[in-house]
Design a protein around this ligand. Structure first.
Ligand SMILES: Cc1cc2nc3c(=O)[nH]c(=O)nc-3n(C[C@H](O)[C@H](O)[C@H](O)COP(=O)(O)OP(=O)(O)OC[C@H]3O[C@@H](n4cnc5c(N)ncnc54)[C@H](O)[C@@H]3O)c2cc1C
Length: 388
């Protein structure tokens, strides 16, 4: 049975994240947005607060907490800054979990503690010609003496140039589709690895999204995380965790914008009264609130069901589509409630609108998530027909 009651420990964790977001993150947000500089000092602060390894087993220096605890922290951070919240998600989800679930003991000991200490891991799947069709990827891992030689190009990789470790999805041999895909752990200082371009994005700035090129990179066999075969499905299992994290960042950004709008509705007066007394504004707030609550319930359901493991892929996809589209709608309405002030760069609303825009694209588009959900619905309907 699901229980959404927060424990005292979780309340304390939320309060700590809120204080950190207010005192350490908030002063840096405008600088990050304007310069696109990675917030290294904030990341160091998050590591000191133990926010980077919340879900990691204690044996590797983590907090051993359930997923829901990490998401509670992520939401608080995202209310103030989507970028910092994304960094927290990346430390607590895909790469970390892929290593925990599939790595050798030596890989765990070598690669997990640095993540807790603030090194940003990156996951490199997408290529110029393989976006949604990730299983068409062509980066190749060819056998070489004691390991593999990696050649190919990745695109839109979060953390490119800042990260210390890339989890690279590559094709082993000539097997087409997902069956030929496995993954390697590639340290950023591997000879032949380069980041020729960091791309300027519309929002969640301060996090580089770049191209990563592998030019005859030698990767020893001990750095294979998952060989081709069953590998792709397992890797995508860890990626579902990232999707739930992304949903939570979208939720937090929208909640931050909503809080500002509710407060502004009390203070801004027009026609001799606070604008919040107009029913039109109250209905806007009411609709935003309902959408936020719906998102939070979907995210928390998926997280509580996952416990310390991986979320159900359909629950994660439903939560991600709903939160991503909700955040676009809620941040836009929050901006509208602020009138010209909302549209100006004096307030954070316009940044929140830009930041919220990414979540129907990154980590699997809303259309691709809908495909996944649709297939699952039909599979279940088929199963039901056999039972009936
Ligand atoms: C901010 C950001 C961060 C990212 N970080 C990473 C990262 O760290 N690592 C990484 O590997 N990738 C990353 N990506 C890449 C991301 O995963 C891809 O952008 C995404 O998978 C979509 O691929 P694409 O952009 O090539 O779009 P395309 O696949 O070219 O899609 C274009 C349009 O067609 C639609 N479409 C495609 N196929 C279908 C279909 N079957 N049915 C219906 N509609 C379809 C899409 O929904 C979209 O609207 C990031 C992207 C962004 C924006």
């Amino acid at each position: 049975m699901l229980d959404f009651t927060l424990t005292d420990d979780q309340k304390e964790l939320i309060a700590r994240a809120r204080t950190f977001a207010r005192d350490v993150v908030a002063p840096e947000v405008r600088h990050m947005d304007e310069t696109n500089e990675y917030p290294r000092s904030v990341v160091d602060g998050m590591a000191k607060e133990d926010f980077m390894g919340l879900t990691l087993p204690t044996a590797y220096g983590g907090g051993g907490r359930p997923l829901i605890d990490a998401l509670l922290v992520v939401e608080e951070l995202a209310k103030v800054c989507g970028t910092v919240a994304r960094i927290c998600v990346d430390a607590n989800t895909a790469v970390q979990k892929a290593i925990v679930e599939n790595g050798t003991e030596a890989q765990k000991k070598r690669y997990l503690p640095p993540i807790v200490a603030g090194d940003k891991p990156a996951i490199a799947i997408t290529e110029p010609e393989a976006g949604s069709a990730a299983t068409d990827l062509t980066t190749r891992a060819e056998p070489a003496e004691g390991g593999f030689t990696l050649n190919g190009e990745k695109r839109w990789i979060t953390g490119a140039g800042e990260t210390d470790l890339y989890l690279v999805f590559a094709r082993f041999g000539d097997v087409p589709g997902s069956a030929g895909i496995g993954a390697l752990l590639v340290p950023a200082d591997t000879p032949g690895l380069s980041v020729p371009k960091v791309r300027q994005m519309m929002g969640v700035r301060g996090m580089p999204e770049g191209d990563v090129v592998f030019d005859n990179c030698y990767v020893p066999a001990e750095n294979i995380l998952l060989p081709a075969g069953a590998g792709f499905k397992k890797l995508m299992g860890a990626y579902n965790l990232q999707r739930l994290g992304a949903a939570t960042v979208a939720l937090g950004i929208a909640q931050g914008a909503f809080d500002l709008a509710a407060s502004y509705a009390l203070e801004r007066e027009q026609f001799g009264q606070p604008i919040g007394e107009f029913q039109g504004i109250q209905w806007m707030l009411s609709d935003m609130y309902q959408q936020l609550e719906c998102s939070r319930l979907l995210i928390h359901r998926a997280a509580v069901n996952a416990g310390t493991g991986l979320p159900d892929k359909t629950e994660a996809a439903v939560a991600k589509v709903q939160a991503a589209e909700m955040a676009i709608s809620v941040t836009n309405t929050a901006l509208q409630i602020h009138g010209a002030a909302g549209y100006s760069r004096e307030l954070p609303l316009e940044r929140m609108v830009r930041d919220a825009r990414m979540f129907t694209i990154g980590g699997g588009t809303a259309q691709v998530q809908r495909n996944l959900i649709g297939k699952e619905i039909l599979k279940n309907a088929q199963r039901q027909r056999h039972i009936d």
